[in-house]
Ligand binder design. Structure first.
Ligand code: CMP
Length: 140
């Protein structure tokens, strides 16, 4: 077991439906601590840079447009195996394939509007956290 940080984004489909609290409750119920959080409106440039790893994928332009379609809540989650724990809480990328009682199964509308993003490795978590937060904004 490793104590980790991971970056989470509550996506525009979820903020639009006022689901921030419901989603945060899932993290806290499973022992993850929200040690940084802010609600922001991403610019297209920010979305393109954040998702640059997907820039060759057919869904990239739509994804970047979607992520700027409304406010998002970016947050740092902290706890035991936080990267994997968050991915289990979120469920599969496509809500249609997600397990029951996961965020994406219960709240996701489509593979794009799937309510939450989470880092896929501790290495990417560090990069993604630094994209949105300075260390002084993270309070464990
Ligand atoms: P996320 O965890 O934010 O990382 C990349 C996002 O691309 C993913 O969640 C999905 O919301 C989105 N996406 C859109 N279309 C697809 C697709 N066909 N396959 C995978 N991800 C997709």
């Amino acid at each position: 077991m490793a104590i980790e940080r991971t970056l989470s984004i509550i996506k525009p489909d979820a903020t639009r439906r006022n689901l921030t609290g419901a989603i945060n409750q899932r993290f806290e119920d499973k022992g993850l601590r929200i040690i940084a959080q802010k609600r922001v409106q991403l610019t297209l440039d920010q979305a393109q840079k954040f998702y640059a790893v997907h820039s060759e994928r057919a869904f990239y332009d739509d994804l970047c447009q979607y992520m700027t379609s409304g406010p998002v809540v970016v947050q740092v989650l902290y706890g035991e195996d936080a990267v994997t724990a968050n991915r289990l809480i979120m469920g599969a990328t496509n809500p249609a394939n997600a397990d029951k009682d996961t965020i994406r199964k219960d709240f996701g509308e489509s593979v794009e509007a799937n309510s939450a993003h989470g880092s896929d490795s501790p290495e990417n978590a560090a990069i993604e956290i630094a994209f949105f937060f300075s260390e002084t904004e993270i309070v464990g």
